[in-house]
Design a binder for this molecule. Structure first.
Ligand code: HEM
Length: 367
C-alpha cells in the first residue's frame, strides 16, 4: 500500500489486482455505451431524415443488443477476479442482499429482449405512447443493474459488525450517503464514452456531423465533474485520502489529464464539419487515461476503506489461488471465446451496414 499500484504487493495479489483492473476497464467501456446508449434511446425520438441525431439513434438500436451482450460477457472476467481477491466481502454482500441482488438476472433478460423489441416492425406501427414506454424499458433495466452493483460494492466493504446488524434488520436494500453521488459519477461518466464509440461508428460509415455528439459529450464531462465534486463532499476522509495516496496518485493525475484531453478533443471536433481521425484518436487516448486512472483509484478507495490489516489478511488466499493450475486451459478458452465474440461483431457489422457504407468501410480498410 506504500508503493504505486500494482507494485510492492505480493506477486499473487498484484497479479490478480492488475488483471482485475484491466478487465474491469473493458467491462466499463461496454457498460458505459449500453447505459448512456439506452438513455439516449429512451429520450431521443428518431426523425425521418438522415441527420446525425436520427442516424445515431439508428446505430444505437442496431448495436445495443450486441453491446449489452458485450457488457455482460466482459463482466465475467472481473467477476472471477473479484471473487478471488475479496471472496468473503463479495459473497457476504451477495448473501445479505439475496433476492434483491439476484433480481439483476431476470431484469437483464427483460432489458436484453426489449432491445430487440425496439427493432421490430410490430413496434413501429404502435401508438407513440407505447413506443415511448417500451423505449425506456432497456434504460430502466440497465440502470437498475448498475445501481445494484454499486449497492453490492458499498455493502461489501463494511465490517463484520455492520453486516450482523444489517442481517438482523432482514432488509434486502442497502443505502448510505455516498450511494447516489457514486451512482451519478457512473451514470454521467458513461455519456462521453458512449459519444466517443458512437463517433467512431459515424466515422467508419462516413456520415454524421460531430457537433451534436461533441455537445452531448461535453455536457457529460461537465456533469461527471460536478458529480465527482459531490462524491468528494459526502465521502469520508479515508475515501478522499485514497485518491492522493502513494498507491493511486499517479493514476489520479492520469485520470485528470485524460479529462483535459477529452475536453480538448471534443472542443476541436465541435468545430469540424466531419469526424476527423486525429480528433477521435486524441479523445480516445484521453478516455483511456480517465477510465484506467479512475478504475485504479476506485480500487485504492476499496483497499483504504478495508484498511491495511484487513487487506493484508487476504494475501494468503490470493497465494493459495495462484498455486492452482489451469492456466493453459484458461488460455485455450480465452482464444476460442475471443474468436467467437469477434465473429459476432463481424456479423452485426456486415448485417447492419447499407451497401454504400460497407464500401466506405472497405475503402478505409484498404488504406
Ligand atoms: C449491463 C448492465 C450492467 C451495468 C449497467 C453495470 C454497471 C456496473 C457498475 C456501475 C459497476 C461499479 C459499481 C461501483 O463501483 O460502484 C460495476 C462493477 C462491476 N460489474 Fe457491472 N454492470 C452491468 C452488468 C454486469 C454483469 C452482467 C456482470 C457480470 C457478469 C458485471 C460485473 C461487474 C463486476 C465484477 C464489477 C466490479 C464489482 C466490484 O469490484 O465490487 N456487471 N458494474
Amino acid at each position: 500500500m506504500e508503493t504505486v499500484f500494482p507494485f510492492g504487493l505480493p506477486f499473487a495479489t498484484g497479479f490478480y489486482l492488475f488483471f482485475y483492473v484491466l478487465t474491469l476497464v473493458i467491462h466499463v467501456a461496454f457498460m458505459n455505451y449500453v447505459l448512456a446508449g439506452c438513455g439516449w434511446i429512451a429520450i431521443v425520438r428518431p426523425r425521418a431524415g438522415n441527420d446525425t441525431r436520427s442516424e445515431s439513434t439508428r446505430i444505437l438500436k442496431d448495436w445495443l443488443p450486441l453491446m449489452l451482450s458485450g457488457a455482460i460477457t466482459a463482466g465475467i472476467a472481473p467477476l472471477l477476479f473479484v471473487q478471488i481477491l475479496y471472496k468473503r466481502e463479495y459473497y457476504t454482500a451477495n448473501l445479505l442482499l439475496f433476492n434483491r441482488w439476484m433480481a439483476i438476472l431476470p431484469i437483464l433478460i427483460v432489458g436484453f429482449y426489449s432491445l430487440y423489441l425496439l427493432k421490430s416492425y410490430w413496434l413501429k406501427s404502435r401508438a407513440n405512447w407505447i413506443i415511448a414506454v417500451i423505449s425506456s424499458v432497456p434504460f430502466v433495466c440497465v440502470a437498475f443493474t448498475g445501481y445494484s452493483w454499486t449497492e453490492n460494492h458499498l455493502l461489501s466493504v463494511r465490517d463484520t459488525n455492520y453486516w450482523s446488524e444489517f442481517y438482523a434488520t432482514r432488509s434486502q436494500v442497502y443505502s448510505e450517503s455516498q450511494l447516489i453521488p457514486r451512482l451519478l459519477v457512473w451514470a454521467f461518466g458513461s455519456i462521453p464514452t458512449m459519444c466517443l464509440i458512437l463517433a467512431w461508428q459515424h466515422w467508419y460509415r462516413g456520415n454524421g456531423r460531430p457537433a451534436l455528439l461533441a455537445k452531448v459529450a461535453l455536457v457529460g464531462l461537465l456533469l461527471v465533474s460536478g458529480a465527482a465534486i459531490g462524491y468528494h463532499e459526502v465521502t469520508s476522509d479515508t475515501v478522499n485520502a485514497a485518491f492522493v495516496s502513494t498507491l493511486a496518485i499517479p493514476y489520479f493525475v492520469i485520470a485528470i489529464l485524460g479529462l483535459v484531453l477529452q475536453v480538448a478533443g471534443w472542443v476541436w471536433l465541435l468545430r469540424q464539419k466531419q469526424f476527423s481521425f486525429t480528433g477521435l484518436v486524441v479523445t480516445s487516448v484521453g478516455l483511456a487515461f480517465t477510465l484506467v486512472g479512475m478504475t485504479v483509484c476506485r480500487e485504492a478507495v476499496r483497499i483504504h476503506t478495508l484498511g491495511k490489516e484487513r487487506f493484508e489478511s487476504l494475501y494468503p488466499v490470493h497465494e493459495e489461488a495462484f498455486g492452482r493450475g489451469g492456466f493453459l486451459v484458461f488460455l485455450a478458452f480465452f482464444v476460442i471465446n475471443a474468436g467467437l465474440i469477434g465473429l459476432c461483431f463481424w456479423l452485426v457489422r456486415t448485417k447492419t451496414l447499407p451497401v454504400a457504407d460497407a464500401q466506405h468501410g472497405a475503402s478505409i480498410k484498404s488504406l
